[in-house]
Design a protein around this ligand. Structure first.
Ligand code: UDP
Ligand code: MN
Length: 321
């Protein structure tokens, strides 16, 4: 009896171990892709606690890539406005609202926002609308020493891998320009920030991060409802292959868009500029910018009652409309 119990225990331990190993491997493989492709070995992070105390000579443009996140914006704008005022950070809140019907493109919206506001600010924050700093020690001061990743992996509630630079990243405007901004190839969710990490690394910029705060993963509030706001993780055509290497072609110098209109709002006392933008997609370069239902194959397959799953990884034979 005892031996049988031992054997069962042993087997379930093996099973648990195996499952854990698979999970860790899958996580590492995903994260490592872009980093490996750039041949990175060592990530040299500097704890950048000593930030400039002088904020008087600088102005921050908070660039918020945006589509259909109205409730979050109502909470975000007044909250961040107050937070930045407490730190005496001169700032402008800029929402870049994607109006076209292509898939969401966080990177191109930030590029467009940068071009539209660069005369007004000397540094930017690429800022998610649903990430609120909680700990007052999270500094939005001018990043003198190089890019400053505020939503650091040891503080972000969700993303903990070492090379993560998404969520909130502060950057001198001259550095953003030097790096040619962000790649425009990332339509749909994810990876544009990982590619930007490689750009910074290749340019040998030092990435700063806040020191260990006692608040840990509670340093930010992520007001993201996963049911209401599902992430667009589809990968169409050869999107996966084409976006796993560093992009030497596109960036802030090549982003194509039209400004539909600019609106100045005040949300509970917080001034916000909304730039309504129509992105332009080059269907030859990135056919995966189309929504699933806008692909020719999608309508055909619906007609034939054989709709493909929307979680398709790669459809190399499909043609774009
Ligand atoms: N976003 C948006 N509308 C969308 C998708 C994304 O406004 O349909 C913006 C928003 O600022 C959001 C950011 O892009 O905070 C990052 O997207 P998401 O929150 O889905 O990514 P996460 O970091 O939670 O994985
Ligand atoms: Mn989110």
């Amino acid at each position: 009896m005892a031996r049988q119990f031992q054997r069962t225990k042993c087997r379930s331990r093996l099973l648990m171990g195996g499952l854990l190993l698979c999970f860790i491997c899958a996580m590492l493989m995903g994260i490592a892709l872009i980093v490996e492709s750039a041949g990175l070995r060592k990530v040299s992070f500097q704890k950048n606690e000593v930030q400039s105390k002088s904020t008087a000579d600088h102005t921050l443009c908070v660039l918020v890539p945006f589509r259909n996140r109205f409730e979050e914006l109502l909470e975000f704008a007044p909250y961040l406005h107050t937070f930045l005022n407490k730190q005496n950070v001169k700032h402008k809140l800029v929402v870049i609202n994607q109006m076209d019907s292509y898939r969401f493109n966080r990177a191109s919206l930030i590029n467009a926002g940068f071009l539209e506001t660069r005369s007004q600010c000397d540094y930017i924050a690429m800022h998610d609308v649903d990430l609120l700093p909680v700990n007052g020690a999270l500094s939005y001061a001018f990043p003198e020493m190089g890019p400053f990743h505020l939503a650091a992996p040891h503080l972000h509630p969700l993303y903990h891998y070492k090379t993560y630079v998404g969520g909130i990243l502060l950057l001198q405007s001259q550095h953003f320009e030097m790096l040619n901004g962000l790649s425009n190839k990332y339509w749909g969710w994810g990876r544009e920030d990982d590619e930007f990490f490689v750009r910074m690394k290749k340019a040998k910029l030092t990435l700063g991060r806040p020191g260990n705060l006692t608040t840990g993963y509670r340093s930010f509030r992520h007001i993201h409802d996963h049911f209401k706001r599902p992430r667009d993780q589809n990968r169409f055509f050869d999107q996966f292959e084409k976006t796993r290497r560093v992009d030497k072609e596109t960036g802030v110098s090549t982003v194509k868009y039209k400004v539909d209109s600019v609106k100045d709002l005040v949300i509970s006392g917080a001034p916000v500029t909304v730039i309504n933008v129509l992105l332009v997609c080059d269907l030859n370069l990135t056919p995966w910018c189309l929504q699933a239902e806008d692909h020719a194959w999608y309508n055909k397959s619906v007609l034939h009652k054989n709709a493909p799953s929307t979680k398709i990884k790669s459809i190399s034979t499909a043609t774009a409309t």
